[in-house]
Design a protein around this ligand. Structure first.
Ligand code: 9MJ
Length: 676
């Protein structure tokens, strides 16, 4: 059937429009039209292609949805080998690298390096011929990889054809396919809910998703791509520096790292490394270091490669986050609310520069699932500020192992019976504040920085105070301690005793929200405490509130309402409150103008991108107005506040129809309620 000219033109027009919108949505993070309109364009193209199948080309945007499963991956021979990187594991090795480069090039001036984060995913080669994606291949051994064309086509940020003009006839773009952390978490949560296998880390998830014979599975996985290099190039040239070449392909629609920078000399490299290391856990994806590449391509050519790695590049790796060590024993820890956690006592090991001697084992089910036994060699992981955890057991050589660990039936601290929580996983000590462990934790929480902030009252000191029977409840801190008594304790001189007494005195002036948080009521975190303070305005109204009233507080559901109601009805807790107030704890009653209550109270905001004021400051201001500030965008988010360089959160907010405010919008909102 002859295709009418008008149809042909429309198909071209639709493809151009869809490619443009895809680019704005997935690469620039800045969509031009609502999703519904995009869907309409795509459906129209699909319908036309269904009527005239001869119009379907591999670079049509309809071809991203996954194809028939393969039986195996074909082999791809890389014409230009895909190199790996040599590592610099410490600053000295980075210095050595820079010196070797300068010596080989015989230059005295500082070398300009292109600096990029080192993504932890899977290296791929994308081959474009006349601007059209014709092949995607994994690195494999660097010489032969696997043909994963069907799968890379499903990655929305990878252009199926390049934008603009002037591309080399053959252009091989190299980079990393990776899975952003948020997508990885969601994938694992969904897998858990379905009883399926989870992935150990985003790298494995990316690799497992890209090496799927069925690309209809790959298409459902949240994969992304960044370009950081090139393979074969013919029939055209790119630029004279690495960074200019990368920016050139970016202009043709290729995603590149927003962190790519040129830096000068060793000192520039060090500064870049420190800056990225600092922000490492704020990034939306996992990285294991940064890469420095001699920026001049001419210099790269004269340096050449050494076996499998170029002499012109180095990966300055972060210290490893996982180490092997021996499990010496399993202790039982009793938390503030009585929750029992098995804790691994480890042979001390340095993980990413911090000595780890303890790690959480979560619960008895986890110990059983991972088959962890005392005496085993185990892998310990530290990520960000979270408590180290035992990831798995290193396979043992010898056949003899200790017997399986058995959880106790009674609290090791107070001998009260341990009972299973509602969900059946968590064991809890039934001793309440009779249990010294719970008493200590309650006092530590009360004094912690975000609660009453008693400086100098450390964990060890609280342990001593409780063990010696000097303090039984938070109120005792105010009623029973004095400088003479404190000075008699271990590691306490007269000066620190006096300082501590001053800090205790100072903590008496606080806010209602801090006070509520300090009480350590189950499930009442800082944000809930702020909501409660904003809603009730005073303690009396809260302690006498009925369940129904509590349920009217924004973000408080039946479980938290129940915890609150029960807490304030217990004679013992009422006494604690009375004692604390009698000890002189006080706060300014906040009167809430009508507008403040209605506009932001109970609203959930998310902050993203770089803002002109410290995030913590904005957060505190919003919370004081009764708003909740959350770390991730969901359907429950009321406002997303975006600074510069907003990333995937903006994307998600727009998809969910969440109101997006820029900083001036937020300031206007605050002014309108008299808060700015
Ligand atoms: C990663 N993984 O982010 C290279 N890489 O360059 C960056 N890997 C690389 N560059 C040459 N940013 C070989 C590998």
């Amino acid at each position: 059937m002859q295709v009418p000219l008008a149809t042909l033109e429309r198909v071209h027009e639709l493809r151009n429009q869809i490619d443009q919108h895809n680019y704005h949505y997935y690469v620039l993070d800045d969509p031009l039209i609502p999703d519904s309109e995009f869907d309409r364009l795509l459906s129209e193209l699909q319908e036309l292609e269904a009527c005239y199948p001869e119009l379907i080309t591999p670079d049509s945007p309809t071809q991203r949805v996954g194809a028939q499963p393969l039986e195996y991956f074909a082999e791809v021979l890389h014409k230009v080998p895909m190199l790996s990187l040599s590592n610099a594991l410490n600053d000295q090795e980075l210095e050595d690298f820079d010196r070797r480069v300068r010596e080989r090039l015989e230059v005295a001036f500082p070398i300009i390096y292109a600096a990029e984060p080192k993504l932890d995913g899977l290296a791929v080669n994308l081959r474009y011929e006349s601007g059209v994606l014709v092949q995607g291949a994994t690195r494999g051994d660097g010489i032969t990889g696997e043909d994963v064309t069907q799968n890379v086509r499903t990655i929305p940020s990878i252009p199926l054809r390049l934008m603009g003009s002037g591309w080399p006839e053959v252009l091989e773009v190299r980079g990393e396919v990776y899975m952003p952390t948020a997508g990885f978490r969601k994938l694992n949560l969904d897998a858990l809910a379905k009883g399926e296998k989870t992935f150990a880390n985003p790298r494995n998830a990316a690799a497992g998703s890209l090496r799927q014979l069925d690309s209809r599975i790959t298409t459902q996985r949240p994969l992304e791509f960044v370009c950081y290099g090139f393979g074969e190039l013919s029939g055209g040239d790119l630029a004279s520096t690495h960074s200019a070449a990368v920016h050139k392909v970016a202009a043709w629609g290729m995603p590149i790292s927003p962190e790519l920078q040129s830096v000068a000399g060793l000192s520039g490299c060090r500064r870049y490394f420190d800056a990225i290391n600092e922000r490492r856990f704020e990034l939306d994806y996992e990285i294991d270091g940064v890469v420095f590449k001699v920026d001049s391509l001419q210099h790269q050519r004269s340096l050449g490669t050494l076996s499998r790695a170029p002499r012109w590049a180095v990966a300055r790796k972060f210290p490893p986050q996982e180490e092997a060590t021996r499990l010496l024993g399993i202790d039982i820890q009793v938390g503030r609310t009585g929750a029992i956690t098995p804790v691994a006592r480890l042979e001390p090991v340095s993980v990413a520069g911090v000595t780890v001697t303890n790690a959480t084992l979560h619960n008895a089910d986890e110990i059983r699932r991972k088959d962890i036994r005392v005496g085993d060699r185990v892998i310990v992981r530290r990520a960000g500020d979270v408590i180290p955890q035992v990831v798995r057991v290193v396979p043992q050589d010898s056949g003899t192992r200790e017997p399986e660990f058995v959880m106790p039936s009674h609290c090791p601290e107070c001998q009260s019976e341990l009972i299973r929580d509602g969900d059946g996983v968590v064991l809890r000590c039934s001793g309440g504040l009779f249990c010294p462990a719970q008493r200590k934790e309650a006092i530590k929480h009360f004094a912690s920085r975000r609660a009453l902030d008693i400086e100098g009252l450390g964990d060890k000191l609280v342990d001593q105070l409780v063990d010696k029977g000097l303090v039984e409840s938070p109120a005792d801190l105010y009623l029973k301690l004095n400088p003479e008594l404190l000075a008699g304790l271990e590691r306490m001189g007269p000066k620190s005793a006096k300082n501590l007494c001053d800090a205790i005195e100072k903590s008496k002036t606080t806010t209602l929200a801090r006070f509520l948080y300090a009480l350590g009521i189950r499930e009442v975190g800082e944000s809930t405490a702020h909501s409660l303070a904003g809603f009730f305005g005073n303690l009396q109204a809260l302690t006498t509130a009925e369940r129904e009233t509590l349920l009217q507080v924004p973000d408080i559901g039946p479980i938290v309402a129940d915890h609150l109601y029960t807490f304030f009805r217990q004679q013992h807790n009422q006494e604690v409150l009375d004692d604390l107030l009698a000890a002189g704890i006080s706060w300014k009653e906040v009167d809430q103008p009508e507008a403040k209550q209605t506009l932001l109270a109970g609203k959930t905001l998310v902050l993203t991108g770089t803002l002109s004021r410290p995030r913590a400051e904005i957060k505190e201001q919003l919370q004081a107005l009764g708003a909740k500030v959350s770390g991730s965008v969901s359907a429950k988010t009321d406002y997303l506040v975006v600074g510069t360089d907003a990333g995937s959160k903006l994307d998600k907010a727009q998809n969910l129809g969440v109101t997006v405010l820029d900083e001036s919008g937020l300031e206007a909102l605050l002014r309108s309620i008299g808060a700015a």
